[in-house]
Design a protein around this ligand. Structure first.
Ligand code: PLP
Length: 429
């Protein structure tokens, strides 16, 4: 069973094995040099700023953007050797790229993973993490409370390729136990879930999954790399939409898959190399910049989210407020065991169903209507008609998404301004 560590991140030291940290921090790349320091000795905050840096001979301060599709060879023999993989070097940006590698190395250090590969979007990361390890005849068990496109992969795409998928209520350990009583190749889950903020007991599910022979893939988007460490509870693979908190400023799409060196090298890397969902070097650079401020942004966004969840709980136009950091959340104790704080998203049900929710959204003056999340700007959406529209009313109801449900992603604005905007918009409900 995975050894539980305290989920406190800031100020604590996570120590992956020195060998893996070294590898993740400074790759052996001719012409580029690492900082020379041992990133395993750094606090997580320092890793978010210096982790994975590779400098050219110009000794730039900020990471360089290697905006190139290809790389040149001095001789034909050198090209042959590059393709035979006998010498580490960059060959083509669909396979790897120095700026993208810096992002991958930094993320591996932060997450405490042996290795990582970036992708063009979060969905590319989710799909690749499953498709690279599954084949016809395999079986996947997943929680049913998922982001709409993740649900589509599980319910629609994988079965077309002869993969059996079982979707269950991720809160119900009995359901996991039953589904995992048969041999299974992969388990997929999202915790907290989008938008219902349902929590899965990571340690218990990883334990059951491993007994069934399954590898556990955790979509950790809502928790972010700083608030929850799935590897500490036994997860085998962690995926992110880096589009969300990692960029955090609404600029770039991106994704990342983290796991053991064997998984990344033998399964994921060939899949990515030959199917091509590569991250642009420009976006990798934006994501590197995003990581530098992630801890600070999250501290503020989590504190504001908690306060807003409390504020909404006292409003008569609001029927229910879900926030993992509030005692009123039905899985508060489990959430606080696995997460450092309740996160940056608050989901609430308004009186008046869809028309009440629409009146509320349309009355907002500061908070923006957008289906993105994790941004420095506060964003709100009506999941039933946007991100989860395709599911239909029955599946939505199973996930707790009602016609009056609104999801709020809390940004960096003054919390007083956000509360004032919410208060005036609630009058329209
Ligand atoms: C939980 C979760 N996983 C994956 C994704 C997909 O990420 P992207 O939009 O970067 O493809 C999202 C996007 O909202 C999400 O919320």
């Amino acid at each position: 069973m995975a050894q539980r560590r305290s989920p406190r991140i800031s100020g604590s030291k996570i120590r992956p094995s020195p060998a893996s940290a070294k590898q993740a921090g400074v790759a052996p790349v001719p012409g580029l040099t690492g900082s020379g320091a041992d990133p395993a000795s750094w606090h997580p905050d320092t890793r978010m700023i210096h982790g994975g840096v590779l400098r050219s001979d110009f000794k730039e301060t900020a990471e360089a953007i290697y905006m190139t599709s290809g790389f040149i060879y001095s001789t034909a023999e050198e090209a042959e050797a590059a393709f035979a993989n006998t010498k580490p070097r960059f060959v083509y940006s669909r396979f790897s790229n120095p700026t993208v590698q810096m992002f991958e190395s930094r993320m591996a250090l932060i997450e405490g993973a042996e290795s990582a590969r970036a992708t063009a979007s979060g969905m590319a990361a989710v799909f690749a993490s499953l498709a690279c390890q599954l084949k016809a005849g395999d079986r996947v068990v997943s929680s049913d409370a998922l982001f709409g496109s993740c649900q589509y992969i599980l319910a629609e795409i994988l079965p077309k390729y002869g993969i059996e998928t079982v979707l269950l209520d991720g809160r119900d350990l009995g359901a996991w136990r039953k589904a995992l009583s048969k041999p299974t190749q992969a388990v997929f889950l999202e915790s907290p879930s989008n938008p219902g903020l349902r929590i899965v007991d990571l340690e218990a599910v990883c334990d059951l999954a491993h007994k069934a022979g399954a590898s556990v893939v955790v979509d950790n988007v809502f928790a972010t790399p700083l608030l929850q460490k799935p590897f500490d509870y036994g997860a085998d693979v962690v995926v992110y939409s880096a589009t969300k908190h990692i960029d955090g400023q609404g600029r770039a799409l991106g994704g990342i898959v983290l796991g053991s060196r064997a998984f990344i090298t033998d399964k994921l890397q060939p899949f990515l190399r030959h199917t091509g969902p590569s991250l642009s070097p420009m976006n990798a650079w934006l994501l590197l910049k995003g990581l530098e401020t992630l801890d600070l942004r999250l501290q503020r966004q989590c504190a504001s989210s908690h306060r807003i969840a409390e504020f909404l709980s006292g409003q008569k136009k609001v029927e229910t407020v879900l926030y993992p950091g509030l005692k009123s959340h039905p899985q508060h104790a489990l959430a606080m065991r696995q997460m450092k704080s309740g996160g940056t998203l608050v989901t609430f049900d308004l009186k008046g169903g869809k028309s009440g929710a629409f009146r509320f959204l349309n009355a907002l003056k500061l908070i923006l209507i957008s289906n993105n999340l994790g941004d420095s700007k506060s964003l709100t959406t009506h999941p039933a008609t946007t991100t989860h529209q395709r599911l239909g009313p029955t599946l939505r109801a199973q996930q707790g998404i009602l016609d009056g449900t609104v999801r709020l992603s809390v940004g960096l604005e003054a919390v007083e301004d956000l509360e004032a905007d919410l208060a005036q918009a609630l009058k329209a409900v």
